[in-house]
Design a protein around this ligand. Structure first.
Ligand code: PEP
Length: 255
């Protein structure tokens, strides 16, 4: 029996506006009472968080942010701290997304500091890892994933503690926003490797409990095949999370 609840998480990136965001939440909230085995999370842009929190009400949708700074406060113009995210009702935060790593030069070391700060605050991190096409074609996928896990999760390793609520997201960079989804077999192979890494570096209990999401052109047409794999616990969804119908159909993947 799978002890892990499925999670479908929408990363809205730099899209929508407050009105559209509230409309989207209203559409998702309207079907939440039909869904009892799947957790649902949205990660809107910072400016929409208070309005989205209000629209979520008691529907049970989780609220996450797309990034945060590792410091609690200070002279850091343009940055947002984890405390500020909690102040507006976030329970989760996406860290180390490939767009942050690639466009904003976020290294594993920075991701590590952010993960640590999130943990200190009690925010649940959704930590993204994944290889580029060049790395995959060069046969370096496992090496890259292992390096990202070792370095981004260094603080967990140092403390020998990885809270089981931690969420990992395998997002092959070549699949993000490209329409080229990893096959369920390709994704399962890496998810299994990640879970084994958690078992080897922590313990089997943690490995069995943590959720590992797949991200990269997930959509209603391919979600069931992915979710049928034993180590795929859900999806981190970009493009298909921006409209009610595809996102709701992703949430309803069991039907
Ligand atoms: C993402 O950016 O996390 C993502 C998975 O995007 P998309 O679903 O659009 O590929």
């Amino acid at each position: 029996m799978n002890i892990r609840r499925s999670l479908i998480a929408g990363n809205w990136k730099m899209n929508l506006n407050i009105n559209k965001a509230v409309e989207l939440i209203n559409a998702i909230a309207a079907i939440m009472n039909e869904i009892d085995e799947v957790d649902v999370l949205v990660a809107p842009p910072f400016t929409m968080l208070p309005a989205v929190r209000k629209a979520i009400g008691s529907s049970g949708i989780f609220l996450g942010a797309q990034n945060m700074h590792q410091d609690m406060s200070g002279a850091l113009t343009g940055e947002i701290s984890g405390r500020m995210l909690q102040d507006v009702g976030c329970t989760h935060v996406i860290l180390g997304h490939s767009e942050r790593r690639g466009i904003f030069q976020e290294t594993d070391e920075i991701v590590n500091l952010k993960v640590k700060a999130a943990l200190v605050l009690g925010l649940i991190p959704i930590i993204c890892i994944g290889e580029t096409l060049e790395e995959r074609e060069a046969g370096k996928t496992f090496e890259v994933i292992k390096g990202q896990l070792n370095n981004s999760l260094q603080n967990f390793k140092a403390d020998q503690l990885m809270p089981p609520s931690t969420i990992l997201a395998y997002e092959p960079v070549w699949a993000i926003g490209t329409g080229h989804t990893a096959t369920p077999e390709q994704a399962q192979e890496i998810h299994q490797f990640i879970r084994k890494w958690v078992e080897d570096n922590f313990n089997i209990g943690t490995a069995n409990q943590i959720r590992i999401l797949y991200g990269g052109s997930a959509k209603p047409e391919n979600i069931s095949g992915l979710m049928a794999k034993p180590d795929i616990d859900g999806a981190l969804v970009g493009g298909a999370s921006l409209k009610g119908d595809p996102f709701i159909n992703l949430i309803r993947f069991k039907k």
